[in-house]
Write a protein that binds this ligand. Structure first.
Ligand SMILES: [Zn+2]
Ligand SMILES: [Zn+2]
Length: 205
């Protein structure tokens, strides 16, 4: 049956396949995939949240209300690159995110390669005001919820922020401040390092 054909089996003979003119210049395909593919509102779906950088040149929409997970990261990289004691991230699938102007106005930085070329994983920021926007991984984006417009009055904002409440702290061994919230604290990555208490003492399990 045709359905059983391997995915890479081209219906065209080799020369035809290689003569096909690609719509996108090589290495630029990512600009036409979520979260950078520019979509109409009908195509994207109902917007649950909107976020924007400090200068307002970068804006994005989310069509999913709840993140897959949210964490505070106390690693050295986050401290330096955010100029903050720790970083708050909310994890969303790429398809749930849409940047209004696509990749325009965005700058990329690979902390592993120390390069500004677009290679995953990378840090994404506004090219103009330099607001950190997210960490892009291979399948998900780690958005910084501070950019999201929670709207409403103080009480409503508090309620909405609760949706982005963190499940744990990671790299707590590198902390600059201690957080007395009683949440699980991992010395390194979650589920693959030691559990610590609020003061950084190893939890006997
Ligand atoms: Zn900006
Ligand atoms: Zn980090």
């Amino acid at each position: 049956m045709a359905e059983d054909a391997p995915e890479n089996l081209s219906p065209l003979p080799k020369p035809a396949e290689t003569n096909t003119i690609s719509e996108n210049p090589p290495g630029q395909e990512w600009k036409h995939r979520p979260p950078y593919r520019i979509q109409s509102l009908e195509e994207f779906g109902e917007i649950k949240w909107r976020g924007s950088c400090h200068c307002g040149q970068v804006t994005y929409q989310l069509k999913r209300e709840r993140p897959l997970n949210a964490k505070f990261c106390h690693c050295r990289g986050c401290q330096v690159m955010h100029g903050a004691p720790f970083q708050w991230c909310a994890i969303f699938p790429k398809i749930a995110i849409s940047f209004t102007r696509g990749s325009e106005g965005l700058s990329f930085y690979s902390s592993t390669q120390k390069s500004r070329d677009y290679t995953l994983p990378c840090k994404v920021s506004c090219s103009f005001c330099r607001t950190p926007i997210m960490d892009e991984g291979r399948n998900v984006c780690l958005l910084f919820p501070e950019l999201i417009d929670f709207g409403g009055n103080e009480e409503e904002q508090k309620e909405r922020r609760r949706i982005f409440e963190v499940s744990c702290h990671i790299f707590y061994s590198r902390r600059m401040v201690e957080i007395m919230d009683g949440k699980p604290k991992w010395s390194g990555l979650d589920n693959s390092s030691e559990l610590l208490d609020d003061h950084g003492n190893k939890v006997e399990t």
